[in-house]
Each structure stands twice: as C-alpha cells, then as structure tokens.
Write a protein that binds this ligand. Structure first.
Ligand SMILES: CC(=O)N[C@H](C=O)[C@@H](O)[C@H](O)[C@H](O)COP(=O)(O)O
Length: 229
C-alpha cells in the first residue's frame, strides 16, 4: 500500500523550499517558514533537500513531502540523492516521496540505480520514488525501473541538455515526456510564472513543482536588478 501523495497533489502546486550552504537563506528554520507560506497559499506539498530541512518542514507544515539529499561525490556528477545511503536517510524521515537523479550517468561508488530501486522497494514499500530526469532516454530508464513519478527536474542541467528549458516552444519537450512516461509526470525546473504552471497542468502533468520563483529571493531580486540595467 503506497501513501496518498498522488491523490493529495493531483492538479496542484508543490513548492520547493531549498537553500544550499552558501545561499542567503540556508537554514532549516527559514525553510520551515517558507513551507508555512506555501501552505497558507494553498500549496499541496513541499519538496525539500536534506534530512534536517525535511524534518523541520514536517514539524511546521504537516504537508506531504518530496525529500531528497544533495551530496557531491568526487567520482560522479550525480548529486541528487546519489547513493543508497542518502536514499535510506531521506526515506527514514517518513517523507512520502524520495526523489533521485535518473540521468543515465554513473553513480558514486559504482552503485547501480536498478539495485538501489530494488533495495528501496524492499526496505520502504510505502514510499514513492520520483525520477529526476533530464531527457527522453532517462524517462525510458524511469519507465523500465518502474519509478512512481517522473519529474523533468534535470532537463537543462546535464551536459546533454545544457541551456534547455521545458517551456521552450510551448513546452514541446514536456509534451514528449508526457507521451513517453508510463507514470504520472511532475513538471519541475524553471517554472517561473503562474501561467506556465497552469499550462503544465493543462498539458497533462500530474502536478507542478515551483522552487526559485517562490523561495529564492536572491534569484528573484537579481531578475529585477538586471531588468533595470
Ligand atoms: C537542477 C536542480 O538541482 N534542481 C533542484 C532540485 O531539487 C532545485 O535546486 C530546484 O530549485 C528545483 O528543481 C525547482 O526548480 P526551480 O527552482 O527552477 O523552480
């Protein structure tokens, strides 16, 4: 029996509340307050990075959550919940969904994504798995490994997709993802206007994740400053 994340988020907004070390708002307390604002606005769920942030947000917002852990390893470019160790730590918080990189690139310590998925299904049968994909080939990997949710998170953030944006050409790439995916699609990555979020749902996405446009004031202020230059 899986949890009710998919029912709770259908057609709805998920707010990503993340600030890495080095970002102005890096703080679990502040991320929890961000989640409070998202909840008051009517968001259905929160996406968050790191066990401490997830726990702070769970205590504050009591909303379903997509959890992840961004960790850099020397031997791999994969940084979103890259190994079984981070998968287990994130799932142990009790968050409804664990998200991880699904880009076909080698993982740290030679770990194999298929083995990680098998192990997660054994240890956390109620937890949903979200594939953070970058391209159609990765969506097919997510299909083959039976991920519960397919996200567009990494589109534009890998060498193969550098500079691309899911909104280009009236979401041509997103339409392709929706056609290919065998599980619900969550649009994520550079959705920076309410109209774009609405379009993602109209096109058939299950839900949409918005991060920086809501929770990264440095990014938002920079947009205004640059517009006045
Ligand atoms: C590529 C990557 O590492 N994305 C991360 C994934 O969790 C976050 O830094 C993003 O903020 C999130 O995906 C939401 O996207 P946006 O902030 O563009 O709305």
């Amino acid at each position: 029996m899986k949890n009710n994340f998919l029912e709770a988020t259908k057609g709805n907004l998920v707010v990503s509340c993340q600030a890495l070390p080095g970002e102005p708002l890096h703080s679990s307390f502040i991320m929890a307050r961000m989640s409070r604002a998202a909840k008051q606005a009517g968001a259905a769920a929160i996406r968050a990075n790191s066990v401490v942030d997830i726990q702070a947000i769970q205590d504050e917002a009591h909303l379903p959550m997509i959890g992840l852990a961004k960790v850099d390893y020397d031997d791999s470019p994969v940084y979103i919940t890259p190994t079984m160790k981070e998968m287990r730590a994130v799932a142990s918080t009790g968050c409804e969904v664990v998200a991880c990189d699904v880009t076909g690139r080698p993982r740290p310590n030679g770990e194999k994504l298929a083995d990680i998925v098998t192990q997660m299904r054994k240890e956390f049968p109620n937890t949903l798995l979200m594939a953070d994909t970058d391209c159609i080939d990765s969506v097919k990997i997510a299909n083959d490994l039976n991920f519960d949710i397919i996200g567009t998170t990494m589109h534009g953030y890998t060498p193969a997709t550098d500079g691309m944006n899911i909104a280009d050409d009236d979401f041509a790439y997103l339409k392709e993802v929706i056609k290919t995916a065998q599980h619900p699609v969550i649009a994520e990555g550079k959705v920076d206007r309410p109209e774009k979020a609405k379009r993602c749902i109209e096109l058939g996405c299950h839900a949409v994740v918005v991060g920086g446009a809501i929770t990264r004031p440095l990014q938002i202020a920079t947009g205004f400053v640059n517009a006045l230059k």
